[in-house]
Design a protein around this ligand. Structure first.
Ligand SMILES: Cc1cc2nc3c(=O)[nH]c(=O)nc-3n(C[C@H](O)[C@H](O)[C@H](O)COP(=O)(O)OP(=O)(O)OC[C@H]3O[C@@H](n4cnc5c(N)ncnc54)[C@H](O)[C@@H]3O)c2cc1C
Length: 352
C-alpha cells in the first residue's frame, strides 16, 4: 500500500504536517480525491498515515516528533489510530483499555478492535482510560508497536472492497514511558477531536473521488449502450439520474473546500462544517455508486467490473470516522440555541 505519493512535487503528507504557512488541507484533499478515483484503498491508507502524523506533530513532545518526523514522512514508520473497542465504537467516552501509572511510565492493558494498518504498524496512537469515567478520563499515548506485550491479531476479513489491512491489537501490560503521552493526561479526547475533525474531511475527499469514478463509468456506458434505438443517456430516466449525481458531486466538492479552509484557519471552528462535508460526500458517494450499478444493469456484475465493488466501498465510508448518524448528531447539536459548540461527546467517535 503506497504512502509516499507525490503531487505537484510535494509528498502528500507534507501538505498536512508542514509548517503553518505551507500547510494546505485543500490541496491534500484534492490530491487524495484523485488517488481515490483509481484506488480508494490507497487513498484511505494515505489519510490514516497523514492524519496520525499530524496528531503526533501537534501533540508529541518536540524531541519525540523531531526523532520520528523523517521516517514518518517518508513512510518508513507506519502509523495506526487505536480508538475503537468492543464496547466503544461511536461512543469514545466508553473506552475501557486501562493505563495505570507505574514506576517506568504507564502500563496499558486491553484490546483495540478495527485498527487500520494494525497488522503492520510501527507506531500506534492509543487512547486509554487513565481517570474518571467519560471523556475526561482518557489519555492518548504513542506506543511503539514493537514493544513487549503488543500483539496484533491477524488481518480481519471485512466487507470486501477496502483492501487496507485491519486487525485487533491487544496490549498485555505494555509499558509506555510518560514522554510518549500525546497532549496532556486525561485530555486525550481533545487529541481525538482534532484528529477526527480532520479525518472527516479526508474521508469526504475519498468519497468524492469514488463518486466521480462511478459517474465517469456510468456516463461512458450510457453514451455507448443503446436501448429502444437511442443511447441510454438520451432517455430522461438515465440522463437525469446522472445529472443529479454530477450536481451533488460538485456541491460536495465546494463544501469540502470550505471545510478544508476552515480547518486550516482554526480546527475548533471547523467541527460542524467537517461533519457536514463528511456526511454529504459519503451519502453522495453511496448514491453515485448505487445509481452507477443501476445504469450499468447486469453488466455491473461481470467479473472484473469495478461498479459493484465501488458500491461496497461507499458503504464503508458512511461508517468510518464516525458513522453518518454520529455526523447528524453533531449537526443537530449545533442547532440547539443554548449549545455554545458541539461538546466533544457529540463530535467524538471511532476512527477509520
Ligand atoms: C474497514 C474499517 C476500518 C476501521 N479502521 C479503524 C481504525 O483505524 N481505528 C479505529 O479506532 N476504528 C476503526 N474502525 C472502526 C470504526 O470507526 C467504527 O466501526 C465506527 O466508528 C462505528 O462504530 P461501531 O462499528 O462500533 O458501531 P456502533 O457504535 O456499535 O453503532 C452501531 C450503529 O448504531 C448507530 N448509532 C450509535 N450511536 C448512535 C446514536 N447516538 N444515535 C444514532 N445512531 C447511533 C451507528 O451509527 C451505527 O449505525 C474501522 C472500521 C472498519 C469497518
Amino acid at each position: 500500500m503506497g504512502i509516499q505519493h507525490e503531487h505537484d512535487g510535494y509528498r502528500l503528507i507534507d501538505l498536512v504536517v508542514a509548517d503553518d504557512d505551507k500547510r494546505s488541507t485543500r490541496a491534500f484533499c484534492e490530491a487524495l480525491g484523485e488517488v481515490a478515483e483509481t484506488s480508494v484503498d490507497t487513498a484511505e491508507s494515505i489519510q490514516v498515515q497523514a492524519f496520525a502524523a499530524n496528531t503526533i506533530r501537534r501533540h508529541a513532545r518536540p524531541d519525540l516528533w523531531g526523532r520520528l518526523s523523517a521516517p514518518i514522512r517518508t513512510g518508513r514508520l507506519r502509523l495506526a489510530n487505536c480508538l475503537s473497542e468492543a464496547n466503544s465504537g461511536s461512543d469514545l467516552a466508553a473506552i475501557e483499555l486501562a493505563a495505570v501509572a507505574g514506576d517506568d511510565g504507564y502500563v496499558l492493558t486491553g484490546t483495540k478492535t478495527w485498527v487500520a494498518h494494525g497488522p503492520d504498524a510501527d507506531e500506534l496512537i492509543v487512547y486509554a482510560r487513565t481517570g474518571v469515567p467519560g471523556l475526561g478520563g482518557i489519555t492518548a499515548f504513542l506506543v511503539d508497536a514493537h514493544s513487549p506485550g503488543v500483539i496484533a491479531g491477524p488481518t480481519r476479513e471485512h466487507l470486501a472492497g477496502l483492501a487496507i489491512p485491519v486487525s485487533e491489537v491487544t496490549f498485555d501490560r505494555v509499558v509506555v514511558p510518560t514522554e510518549r503521552i500525546l497532549g496532556r493526561v486525561n485530555r486525550g479526547a481533545r487529541v481525538a477531536d482534532i484528529l477526527l475533525t480532520q479525518g472527516r474531511i479526508g474521508l469526504a475527499a475519498c468519497a468524492l473521488g469514488l463518486g466521480r469514478a462511478a459517474l465517469d463509468e456510468a456516463t461512458r456506458f450510457a453514451k455507448a449502450h443503446h436501448r429502444f434505438g437511442h443511447p441510454l443517456i438520451e432517455h430522461q430516466g438515465v440522463g437525469f439520474k446522472l445529472a443529479d449525481i454530477a450536481t451533488r458531486l460538485e456541491a460536495g466538492r465546494q463544501l469540502l473546500h470550505h471545510a478544508c479552509d476552515r480547518f486550516d484557519e482554526n480546527p475548533d471552528s471547523a467541527v460542524l462544517v467537517c461533519a457536514q462535508a463528511k456526511l454529504f460526500a459519503t451519502d453522495t458517494a453511496m448514491a453515485a455508486t448505487t445509481d452507477a450499478v443501476q445504469v450499468l444493469g447486469a453488466s455491473a456484475y461481470l467479473a472484473g467490473n469495478r461498479a459493484e465493488e465501488r458500491m461496497r466501498q461507499a458503504k464503508i465510508l458512511q461508517i468510518l470516522q464516525g458513522t453518518n448518524e454520529i455526523q447528524r448528531r453533531t449537526i443537530a447539536a449545533s442547532l440547539v440555541p443554548a449549545a455554545p459548540r458541539p461538546a466533544p461527546a457529540m463530535t467524538a467517535a471511532a476512527i477509520g
